[in-house]
Design a protein around this ligand. Structure first.
Ligand code: ADP
Ligand code: MG
Length: 731
């Protein structure tokens, strides 16, 4: 039988690369949000009472009464059924990393046997999915077997279309029966509300009219596209999302021609199609382009409130994956699908906005608003400095470990880039503000930030692409987030540490005011102190360089390279206090989450180890042995016809090299299996994760090294796995 690789290569010629007219719907504004229960449709389908109650809940988080929930459910059903929807589902984001749905029909049978379609407040507000298969870190075992999903009114309901099916999706949080969070969303909502409160308090120093602060997020999603048949011939891509073996292609990304090139036709057709689906769901996609690596792309939306942006990113990853199938493509969201080629990230652009329309990380136009900007700016730096270990934990995953700290990706050291001008401003505050009130303090209030910063915004050269956390003019960009991550992890931590820092800031300023200091002076002096306390986290140089690693070590900045160790930060006394103070996690939840992440780590590395063992044994070694046989036959034949050693020299050398690689691979696969048996016996999750990382993973590199040598030596026709050049360069 011909290998899947060659069938895939043959089929490639017949792939239709063009955009189909039915994929194009003309104006984006005509389809945008058409499958979302928001805006005009709310008014049309809800009574005044129900509408007001929903709006109120969205704005202030107030509870919706059961009676109102019934009315809202009726409105939702009316809208959805007009659009041909037959089923509904509570849509949630469990800690498995994908989204979860369990569809129920509106259809039901009444006691008299007649059929009707119903959807009431109960069905809207709460459901009990069969939760036993989602990770709980022991929470459900210790408490109750059940978990339930609860409606999150702040994220609008939407309709998913798949083939002929249409399903109404209700965004929900997922909690255990005793109320502990089991998903990404519940803690995120708590973090956002904690930030709201702390930030409003600080804003009120400057503007009494501010009553709400909303964190904003604009993510940039990077991904690779691979021909589906080709991917199907790579068990590693299917099972692990990345290639565990593969010889580097003769041409990699050194020419950087992909970045500047036009989008390939087939990728373009796919983008146009998934963008259309995304627009219907209200995902405001704005940009698309090629990325640095071959077959790597990026899309980004207009930023939104964090809560909505997180849902939209989860939805997008789902939509992309489904739409890709229509184009016989496979989307790779893994952080490092190909060794030696750039990995993928998901930059999280983050800021905070007031209900008076002010972006708190945009420099203002007057000294007073400048001081407000400076306050939020410095507090962010302080938060990152104080809780760098938690931010590192927030982005830790087995897949992101392959990217962070690798030669062309952000390092595992968390530092902040602010640019030359703002560095100078911070220096100025530090040196000119004295501990005692004097004239100079007044002078500093006249800081003329607004004259300089707009220019900075336009100046793209003052940007540092190697920083994991960079100020980019009117927002911070958290770049170390992995492409496959749920943004909620990073956003929960970032907003929590910001909330805590701001609330400490308020205490510090208030205590100076109580001692008789003028408000502005108290603020400046506290900012000065914060700058001094946290400036070691500031770094303007090349974050990818070895010098920085040495320098960071000297400064005492943490540099934790692997997930099992990075996760320790979640359960320190400091973290426990932080999460308790902000109400984001109680201690039980924290430990459960830590446990879940460790278990996830172990499972993923375990799967990779099995895939590598299987591939080596069933695919790679047989190809090598078969080619060795050809060589032996050839050597024998040449000798038979009377040719001497000279004629068979090269063949013998190749056969010998192949034999060496076969031996090393075979020995290491065996040793890895034995090592796994030992590690699997461990009962402590942390220890197990550490040993998987330190005792099992090193085998991957050895096996890969020798496999890639074999790929280079063995007859191309006998190699069953599509090669890098085929995965990356064929269109
Ligand atoms: P760049 O391409 O230089 O990274 P862009 O201007 O394209 O910068 O923005 C990248 C992302 O940042 C976009 O998703 C954008 O919507 C988002 N963004 C812009 N302003 C904000 C803000 N105030 N809060 C959050 N995200 C923002
Ligand atoms: Mg960017």
């Amino acid at each position: 039988m011909q290998s899947l690789r060659f069938t895939a290569l043959e089929n490639l010629a017949g792939v239709d690369l063009k955009i189909k007219p039915e994929q194009l719907n003309g104006k984006i504004t005509e389809v945008f949000g058409s499958n979302v229960f928001t805006g005009k449709v709310l008014r049309e389908n809800l009574s005044d009472e129900a509408y007001k109650s929903l709006m109120n809940s969205i704005k202030s988080g107030s509870k919706i009464e059961r009676k109102m929930a019934d009315q809202i459910a009726a409105g939702l059903k009316q809208w959805a059924m007009k659009k041909g929807v037959t089923h509904f589902t509570h849509w949630f984001q469990p800690l498995t990393g994908t989204t979860a749905e369990k569809h129920d029909s509106f259809f039901t049978i009444k006691s008299d046997g007649s059929a009707i379609e119903t959807f009431d407040g109960d069905a809207l507000v709460q459901q009990e999915p069969d939760a036993s298969s989602f990770p709980s870190g022991g929470l459900r075992a210790t408490f109750e077997a059940r978990g339930y999903t609860a409606w999150d009114p702040s994220s609008p309901a939407f309709i998913i279309e798949q083939g002929y099916g249409k399903t109404l999706c209700i965004p929900t949080i997922f909690v255990s029966y005793t109320g502990e969070s089991l998903d990404y969303k519940a803690p995120l909502l708590k973090a956002l509300s904690s930030l709201d409160k702390a930030a409003v308090d600080v804003c009120n120093y400057f503007d009494k009219n501010v009553t709400k602060v909303t964190a904003t997020l604009g993510w940039e999603q990077e991904y690779f596209l691979v021909d589906e048949n080709m991917a199907n011939a790579r068990p590693d891509l299917i099972m692990c999302g990345r290639t565990v073996v593969g010889h580097a292609p003769s041409k990699g990304q050194q020419l950087e021609d992909h970045y500047f090139g036009s989008i390939p036709e087939r990728a373009y057709a796919f983008m146009r199609d998934f963008e259309e689906e995304s627009y219907k769901l209200g995902i405001p996609l704005r940009t698309r382009h090629n990325e640095v690596a071959p077959s790597q792309f990026e899309c980004a939306p207009i930023f939104e409130e964090v809560n909505i942006a997180v849902d939209h990113n989860s939805l997008l990853m789902d939509v992309m994956t489904k739409v890709a199938k229509r184009h016989k493509l496979k989307v790779l969201l893994h952080e490092k699908p190909f060794a030696g080629i750039n990995g993928s990230g998901k930059h999280n652009n983050w800021s905070m906005a007031t209900d008076t329309g002010v972006n708190l990380l945009a420099p203002g136009k007057t000294p007073k608003t400048n001081l407000m900007f400076l306050t939020f700016f410095v507090n962010t730096i302080k938060a990152v400095h104080d809780y760098a270990d938690l931010l590192r934990a927030a982005i830790a995953s087995p897949s992101n470990d392959f990217r962070l700290g690798a030669n062309e990706a952000p390092p595992a050291i968390i530092s902040v880039f602010v640019g030359k001008y703002l560095s100078e401003v911070l220096q100025e505050v530090k040196t000119r503000v004295s501990n005692k009130f004097d004239e100079q303090d007044e002078a500093i209030l006249k800081l003329d930030l607004h004259r300089h910063i707009p220019e900075l915004l336009l100046d793209n050269t003052d940007r540092n692409r190697t920083s994991p956390f960079a100020f980019t003019g009117n927002k911070f960009e958290f770049r170390a987030v992995g492409s496959s991550a749920n943004c909620a992890s990073a956003m929960t931590i970032l907003n929590t540490i910001m909330a805590q820092t701001l609330s400490n800031f308020k205490k510090d300023v208030d205590s100076l005011i109580e001692k008789g200091e003028k408000k502005e002076i108290a603020i400046m002096q506290t900012l000065r102190k914060y700058i001094v306390d946290s400036e070691k986290v500031l770094f303007e140089g090349d974050g990818y360089s070895e010098e920085w690693e040495a320098e960071a070590a000297k400064r005492g900045l943490p540099n934790v390279k692997t997930t099992p160790h990075a996760l320790d930060a979640m359960v320190t006394p400091k973290a426990t206090k932080l999460f308790a103070d902000t109400g984001v996690y109680n201690e039980k939840e924290l430990h459960a989450r830590h446990e879940i992440l460790l278990e996830d780590y172990v499972k993923k590395v375990q799967i990779e180890a099995r895939v590598i063992g299987d591939l080596a044994t069933n695919t790679i070694l047989p190809a090598a042995i078969s080619y060795q046989n050809d060589l032996i036959a050839n050597i024998r034949g040449l000798k038979e016809i009377g040719l001497g050693e000279g004629a068979v020299k090269a063949q013998k050398q190749i056969a010998e090299k192949i034999a060496e690689h076969i031996n090393v691979i075979s020995e290491n696969v065996q040793a890895m299996i034995e090592a796994r048996k030992v590690v699997n016996k461990l009962t402590d999750s942390r220890q197990k994760a550490i040993e998987y990382c330190e005792k099992i993973k090193p085998y991957f590199d050895v096996i890969r090294y020798h496999s890639d040598k074999l790929e280079f030596l063995v007859d191309d026709k006998k190699w069953a796995l599509p090669k890098y050049r085929e995965l990356l360069f064929l269109r």
